[in-house]
Design a protein around this ligand. Structure first.
Ligand SMILES: C[S@@+](CC[C@H](N)C(=O)[O-])C[C@H]1O[C@@H](n2cnc3c(N)ncnc32)[C@H](O)[C@@H]1O
Length: 211
């Protein structure tokens, strides 16, 4: 089974970005976000460079991180969907750099420049070979000791989008994610599988260090 190609994923998020952003206005208060963002701020106190969200959506995670945990740090967002990017720009203001782009190819970001990379609930749009490419790209842009924080849907097979949607998005086992992250040159410091409030699937949450 192959994940739906990116042109269709871009259209999907362009058409749902506004309702997604409204949902995130409340979702961002869930403990899963404060938990990972608070820990991230502590882990990068000694590392220079921005926090880069590789699929920033409406920008809520970067906004919360900057406002609540690390106001002096610059933040950079990348997303495939131009509508998501425009919402994130509006939310984060001119201090943040928000780019339309693909998480697998962050060519505009310098090698060894970033303190941290975030990837929340977007890897399900990639096939395994593309996840490996993305992880290698994230390792490239991180400084030594830089942090990776990711969350993705756990399990096997396709995610049911309901209705008559023909979008194919994929779940991966914790073991697969952990192995790909390790093979890309990260040491894994935390990897847990937990339920997500309001969703019928578990998620894997992983934190790693660029070695
Ligand atoms: C479910 S949303 C999650 C957004 C955000 N990370 C969050 O947790 O609120 C998935 C996001 O991934 C983005 N996306 C999908 N494929 C992408 C790709 N290849 N490169 C960059 N962004 C991508 C979509 O446009 C969408 O904004």
């Amino acid at each position: 089974m192959k994940a739906t190609p990116k042109s269709k994923i871009r259209d999907l998020y362009d058409s749902t970005a506004d309702s997604y952003a409204r949902m995130m206005d409340t979702e961002i208060d869930l403990p899963l976000y404060s938990d990972v963002l608070g820990r991230l701020a502590e882990r990068i106190t000694a590392i220079r460079g921005p926090v880069l969200d590789t699929s920033c959506g409406s920008g809520h995670m970067l906004f919360r991180y900057r406002e609540q945990y690390d106001p002096e740090r610059s933040v950079v967002g990348v997303d495939l969907s131009p509508r998501m990017v425009s919402l994130a720009r509006r939310k984060l203001g001119s201090q943040a750099e928000i780019l339309v782009g693909d998480m697998r190819d962050l060519g505009r970001i310098e090698t060894a420049s970033s303190a941290a990379v975030l990837s929340f609930f977007a890897l399900h749009h990639l096939d395994p070979a593309d996840i490996v490419l993305a992880l290698e790209e994230w390792r490239r842009i991180l400084r030594a000791g830089g942090q990776l924080v990711l969350a993705t849907w756990e399990g096997t097979g396709a995610i049911d989008y309901g209705g008559d949607s023909d979008v194919v998005a994929l779940r991966y086992r914790e073991r697969e994610i952990r192995d790909w992250v390790g093979a890309a040159g990260f040491s894994v410091s935390r990897c847990v599988v937990e339920p997500v409030e309001g969703f019928p699937m578990d998620a894997v949450y992983l934190e790693g260090t660029q070695e």
